[in-house]
Design a protein around this ligand. Structure first.
Ligand SMILES: NC(=O)c1ccc[n+]([C@@H]2O[C@H](COP(=O)([O-])OP(=O)(O)OC[C@H]3O[C@@H](n4cnc5c(N)ncnc54)[C@H](OP(=O)(O)O)[C@@H]3O)[C@@H](O)[C@H]2O)c1
Length: 243
Protein backbone atom coordinates (compact mmCIF):
# COMPACT_ATOMS: atom_id res chain seq x y z
CA UNK A 1 0.00 0.00 0.00
CA UNK A 2 1.35 3.45 -0.95
CA UNK A 3 1.72 6.16 1.70
CA UNK A 4 -1.12 8.36 0.44
CA UNK A 5 -3.57 5.75 -0.86
CA UNK A 6 -7.18 6.96 -0.80
CA UNK A 7 -6.13 10.48 0.20
CA UNK A 8 -7.36 13.61 -1.56
CA UNK A 9 -4.74 16.35 -1.98
CA UNK A 10 -4.99 19.97 -3.07
CA UNK A 11 -1.75 21.73 -4.01
CA UNK A 12 -2.24 25.48 -4.34
CA UNK A 13 0.38 26.66 -6.83
CA UNK A 14 1.00 23.18 -8.18
CA UNK A 15 1.70 23.69 -11.88
CA UNK A 16 5.45 24.31 -11.65
CA UNK A 17 8.54 24.23 -9.48
CA UNK A 18 8.29 22.92 -5.93
CA UNK A 19 4.47 22.74 -6.01
CA UNK A 20 4.51 20.55 -9.11
CA UNK A 21 7.17 18.27 -7.59
CA UNK A 22 4.99 17.87 -4.47
CA UNK A 23 1.91 17.13 -6.60
CA UNK A 24 3.85 14.53 -8.63
CA UNK A 25 5.08 12.82 -5.47
CA UNK A 26 1.64 12.81 -3.86
CA UNK A 27 0.20 11.28 -7.00
CA UNK A 28 2.94 8.64 -7.15
CA UNK A 29 2.11 7.76 -3.53
CA UNK A 30 -1.56 7.15 -4.34
CA UNK A 31 -3.27 10.52 -3.76
CA UNK A 32 -6.03 11.91 -5.88
CA UNK A 33 -4.37 15.20 -6.75
CA UNK A 34 -5.79 18.64 -7.55
CA UNK A 35 -3.46 21.50 -8.52
CA UNK A 36 -4.06 25.21 -9.07
CA UNK A 37 -2.42 27.87 -11.20
CA UNK A 38 -3.47 31.26 -12.52
CA UNK A 39 -2.91 30.04 -16.06
CA UNK A 40 -5.41 27.48 -17.37
CA UNK A 41 -3.13 26.23 -20.13
CA UNK A 42 -0.28 25.60 -17.65
CA UNK A 43 -2.48 23.88 -15.11
CA UNK A 44 -4.10 21.59 -17.68
CA UNK A 45 -0.71 20.64 -19.09
CA UNK A 46 0.77 20.02 -15.65
CA UNK A 47 -2.20 17.90 -14.57
CA UNK A 48 -1.87 15.82 -17.74
CA UNK A 49 1.85 15.35 -17.03
CA UNK A 50 1.14 14.18 -13.47
CA UNK A 51 -1.36 11.62 -14.80
CA UNK A 52 -3.36 9.27 -12.54
CA UNK A 53 -6.44 11.45 -13.05
CA UNK A 54 -4.84 14.60 -11.57
CA UNK A 55 -7.09 17.63 -12.03
CA UNK A 56 -6.06 21.18 -12.86
CA UNK A 57 -8.01 24.12 -11.46
CA UNK A 58 -7.50 27.66 -12.74
CA UNK A 59 -7.29 29.87 -9.66
CA UNK A 60 -5.23 32.77 -8.35
CA UNK A 61 -3.67 31.78 -5.00
CA UNK A 62 -3.93 35.39 -3.80
CA UNK A 63 -7.73 35.51 -4.36
CA UNK A 64 -9.88 34.29 -1.43
CA UNK A 65 -12.82 33.90 -3.81
CA UNK A 66 -10.81 31.74 -6.22
CA UNK A 67 -9.74 29.55 -3.29
CA UNK A 68 -13.37 29.01 -2.23
CA UNK A 69 -14.23 27.98 -5.80
CA UNK A 70 -11.18 25.67 -6.02
CA UNK A 71 -12.08 23.91 -2.77
CA UNK A 72 -15.67 23.53 -3.95
CA UNK A 73 -14.42 21.71 -7.06
CA UNK A 74 -12.47 19.25 -4.92
CA UNK A 75 -15.49 18.77 -2.65
CA UNK A 76 -17.79 18.16 -5.60
CA UNK A 77 -15.46 15.38 -6.76
CA UNK A 78 -14.49 13.74 -3.45
CA UNK A 79 -16.25 15.53 -0.59
CA UNK A 80 -13.09 16.29 1.38
CA UNK A 81 -9.42 17.31 1.44
CA UNK A 82 -6.96 15.12 3.37
CA UNK A 83 -3.74 16.89 2.37
CA UNK A 84 -3.50 20.62 1.70
CA UNK A 85 -0.32 22.22 0.38
CA UNK A 86 -0.14 26.02 0.30
CA UNK A 87 2.88 26.58 -1.90
CA UNK A 88 2.28 29.69 -4.03
CA UNK A 89 4.82 32.39 -3.37
CA UNK A 90 6.92 35.03 -5.06
CA UNK A 91 10.25 36.63 -4.35
CA UNK A 92 11.58 39.86 -5.86
CA UNK A 93 14.68 41.54 -4.46
CA UNK A 94 14.44 45.12 -3.17
CA UNK A 95 16.45 46.80 -0.45
CA UNK A 96 14.80 49.09 2.09
CA UNK A 97 15.61 52.34 0.23
CA UNK A 98 13.86 51.07 -2.91
CA UNK A 99 10.90 49.13 -1.50
CA UNK A 100 7.58 50.40 -2.87
CA UNK A 101 4.11 49.86 -1.42
CA UNK A 102 3.36 47.73 -4.51
CA UNK A 103 6.39 45.49 -3.84
CA UNK A 104 5.24 45.10 -0.23
CA UNK A 105 1.61 44.38 -1.12
CA UNK A 106 2.49 41.93 -3.91
CA UNK A 107 4.56 39.81 -1.54
CA UNK A 108 2.13 39.87 1.37
CA UNK A 109 -0.91 39.32 -0.90
CA UNK A 110 0.43 36.05 -2.31
CA UNK A 111 2.82 34.74 0.35
CA UNK A 112 0.76 35.51 3.46
CA UNK A 113 -2.80 36.61 2.65
CA UNK A 114 -3.03 33.80 0.07
CA UNK A 115 -2.11 31.19 2.68
CA UNK A 116 -4.48 32.60 5.32
CA UNK A 117 -7.52 32.60 3.07
CA UNK A 118 -6.47 29.42 1.28
CA UNK A 119 -6.53 27.56 4.58
CA UNK A 120 -9.75 29.27 5.64
CA UNK A 121 -11.42 28.16 2.41
CA UNK A 122 -10.19 24.56 2.75
CA UNK A 123 -10.94 24.04 6.45
CA UNK A 124 -14.64 23.13 6.09
CA UNK A 125 -13.49 20.27 3.81
CA UNK A 126 -10.84 19.02 6.24
CA UNK A 127 -11.62 16.44 8.90
CA UNK A 128 -9.75 14.83 11.77
CA UNK A 129 -6.58 13.17 10.45
CA UNK A 130 -5.98 15.68 7.66
CA UNK A 131 -2.77 17.59 7.29
CA UNK A 132 -1.52 20.94 5.98
CA UNK A 133 1.92 21.89 4.69
CA UNK A 134 2.82 25.54 4.25
CA UNK A 135 5.81 26.20 2.02
CA UNK A 136 7.93 28.71 3.91
CA UNK A 137 11.61 29.50 3.41
CA UNK A 138 14.80 29.63 5.39
CA UNK A 139 14.74 33.33 4.37
CA UNK A 140 12.24 33.76 7.22
CA UNK A 141 14.97 32.88 9.74
CA UNK A 142 17.88 35.01 8.52
CA UNK A 143 18.68 38.40 7.05
CA UNK A 144 19.52 38.31 3.36
CA UNK A 145 20.19 41.74 1.77
CA UNK A 146 17.38 42.62 -0.63
CA UNK A 147 15.07 39.93 0.72
CA UNK A 148 13.64 41.72 3.75
CA UNK A 149 10.06 41.71 2.47
CA UNK A 150 10.26 38.12 1.27
CA UNK A 151 11.83 37.03 4.58
CA UNK A 152 9.14 38.90 6.52
CA UNK A 153 6.39 37.07 4.61
CA UNK A 154 8.01 33.71 5.36
CA UNK A 155 8.47 34.59 9.05
CA UNK A 156 4.75 35.38 9.07
CA UNK A 157 4.03 31.94 7.57
CA UNK A 158 6.07 30.35 10.37
CA UNK A 159 4.16 32.36 12.99
CA UNK A 160 0.80 31.38 11.51
CA UNK A 161 1.82 27.71 11.56
CA UNK A 162 2.33 27.94 15.32
CA UNK A 163 -1.05 29.60 15.97
CA UNK A 164 -2.89 27.32 13.54
CA UNK A 165 -1.37 24.30 15.26
CA UNK A 166 -2.66 25.53 18.61
CA UNK A 167 -6.09 26.06 17.05
CA UNK A 168 -6.35 22.97 14.86
CA UNK A 169 -4.33 20.18 16.51
CA UNK A 170 -7.13 19.65 19.06
CA UNK A 171 -9.37 18.98 16.04
CA UNK A 172 -6.92 16.42 14.67
CA UNK A 173 -5.57 18.64 11.87
CA UNK A 174 -1.79 18.95 11.69
CA UNK A 175 -0.08 22.06 10.28
CA UNK A 176 3.64 22.10 9.48
CA UNK A 177 6.08 24.18 7.44
CA UNK A 178 8.57 22.99 4.87
CA UNK A 179 11.31 25.60 4.64
CA UNK A 180 13.46 25.12 1.55
CA UNK A 181 16.85 26.68 1.10
CA UNK A 182 17.88 27.73 -2.42
CA UNK A 183 16.09 25.35 -4.80
CA UNK A 184 16.57 24.94 -8.53
CA UNK A 185 13.27 26.25 -9.94
CA UNK A 186 12.08 29.09 -12.18
CA UNK A 187 12.36 31.37 -9.13
CA UNK A 188 16.14 30.83 -9.25
CA UNK A 189 16.42 30.77 -13.05
CA UNK A 190 16.73 34.54 -13.40
CA UNK A 191 19.64 34.68 -10.93
CA UNK A 192 22.98 35.53 -12.58
CA UNK A 193 25.71 32.88 -12.63
CA UNK A 194 28.00 34.74 -10.18
CA UNK A 195 25.10 35.32 -7.77
CA UNK A 196 24.24 31.62 -8.01
CA UNK A 197 27.80 30.73 -7.08
CA UNK A 198 27.63 33.11 -4.11
CA UNK A 199 24.34 31.53 -3.01
CA UNK A 200 25.73 28.01 -3.21
CA UNK A 201 29.14 28.76 -1.60
CA UNK A 202 28.01 28.61 2.07
CA UNK A 203 25.79 25.52 1.62
CA UNK A 204 27.54 22.56 3.32
CA UNK A 205 26.16 20.17 0.69
CA UNK A 206 27.59 22.39 -2.05
CA UNK A 207 24.51 22.64 -4.25
CA UNK A 208 20.94 23.86 -4.43
CA UNK A 209 18.03 21.57 -3.57
CA UNK A 210 16.16 19.72 -6.25
CA UNK A 211 12.38 20.31 -6.14
CA UNK A 212 11.92 16.55 -5.61
CA UNK A 213 13.95 16.77 -2.37
CA UNK A 214 11.60 19.44 -1.02
CA UNK A 215 8.67 17.29 -2.16
CA UNK A 216 9.99 14.32 -0.16
CA UNK A 217 9.94 16.43 3.01
CA UNK A 218 6.42 17.69 2.29
CA UNK A 219 5.22 14.14 1.64
CA UNK A 220 6.63 13.01 4.99
CA UNK A 221 4.84 15.80 6.88
CA UNK A 222 1.56 15.19 5.03
CA UNK A 223 1.64 11.43 5.55
CA UNK A 224 0.73 9.38 8.62
CA UNK A 225 4.49 8.82 9.14
CA UNK A 226 4.41 12.31 10.72
CA UNK A 227 1.30 11.58 12.80
CA UNK A 228 2.76 13.21 15.96
CA UNK A 229 4.51 16.15 14.26
CA UNK A 230 2.62 19.43 14.42
CA UNK A 231 3.67 23.07 14.28
CA UNK A 232 7.17 22.16 13.12
CA UNK A 233 9.39 23.69 10.48
CA UNK A 234 11.39 21.18 8.46
CA UNK A 235 14.32 22.90 6.76
CA UNK A 236 15.43 21.40 3.45
CA UNK A 237 18.56 23.48 3.03
CA UNK A 238 21.57 21.18 2.60
CA UNK A 239 22.64 22.23 6.10
CA UNK A 240 22.84 25.96 5.31
CA UNK A 241 21.15 27.16 8.50
CA UNK A 242 21.96 24.07 10.56
CA UNK A 243 25.71 24.50 11.05
N1 LIG B 1 13.14 28.26 -5.29
C1 LIG B 1 13.67 28.55 -4.11
O1 LIG B 1 14.89 28.73 -3.97
C2 LIG B 1 12.80 28.64 -2.88
C3 LIG B 1 13.43 28.68 -1.63
C4 LIG B 1 12.66 28.77 -0.48
C5 LIG B 1 11.28 28.81 -0.57
N2 LIG B 1 10.68 28.77 -1.79
C6 LIG B 1 9.22 28.84 -1.81
O2 LIG B 1 8.71 27.74 -2.53
C7 LIG B 1 7.45 28.08 -3.11
C8 LIG B 1 7.46 27.70 -4.58
O3 LIG B 1 8.51 28.40 -5.22
P1 LIG B 1 9.21 27.86 -6.55
O4 LIG B 1 10.65 28.01 -6.36
O5 LIG B 1 8.64 26.55 -6.95
O6 LIG B 1 8.78 29.02 -7.56
P2 LIG B 1 8.07 29.04 -8.98
O7 LIG B 1 8.50 27.89 -9.82
O8 LIG B 1 8.27 30.41 -9.48
O9 LIG B 1 6.53 28.82 -8.58
C9 LIG B 1 5.87 29.84 -7.88
C10 LIG B 1 4.47 29.39 -7.52
O10 LIG B 1 3.80 30.47 -6.88
C11 LIG B 1 2.68 30.91 -7.65
N3 LIG B 1 2.69 32.37 -7.79
C12 LIG B 1 3.75 33.14 -8.10
N4 LIG B 1 3.36 34.43 -8.19
C13 LIG B 1 2.05 34.46 -7.95
C14 LIG B 1 1.08 35.51 -7.90
N5 LIG B 1 1.41 36.79 -8.13
N6 LIG B 1 -0.19 35.20 -7.63
C15 LIG B 1 -0.54 33.91 -7.41
N7 LIG B 1 0.33 32.86 -7.44
C16 LIG B 1 1.60 33.14 -7.70
C17 LIG B 1 2.86 30.27 -9.00
O11 LIG B 1 1.57 30.02 -9.52
P3 LIG B 1 1.14 30.27 -11.06
O12 LIG B 1 1.18 28.92 -11.72
O13 LIG B 1 -0.22 30.83 -10.92
O14 LIG B 1 2.14 31.21 -11.66
C18 LIG B 1 3.64 29.01 -8.70
O15 LIG B 1 2.78 27.97 -8.33
C19 LIG B 1 7.25 29.57 -2.84
O16 LIG B 1 6.41 29.75 -1.73
C20 LIG B 1 8.66 30.05 -2.52
O17 LIG B 1 8.66 31.19 -1.72
C21 LIG B 1 11.40 28.69 -2.94
Amino acid sequence: MARMDNKVALVVGGAKGIGLAIAERLSAEGSKVFITSRRSEDVEKAAEGIGNGATGITADASSPQDMVVAVEKVREAHGRIDALVLNAGLSEPSQIAEITPEHFDRHFDVNVRGMVFGLQAALPAMAEGSSVVLVGSIAGNAGYPGYGTYGATKAAVRAYARAWTAELAPKGIRVNVVAPGPTDTEMMASVAEDTRAAIVAPIPMGRMARPSEVAAAALFLLSDDASYIAGAELCVDGGLQQV
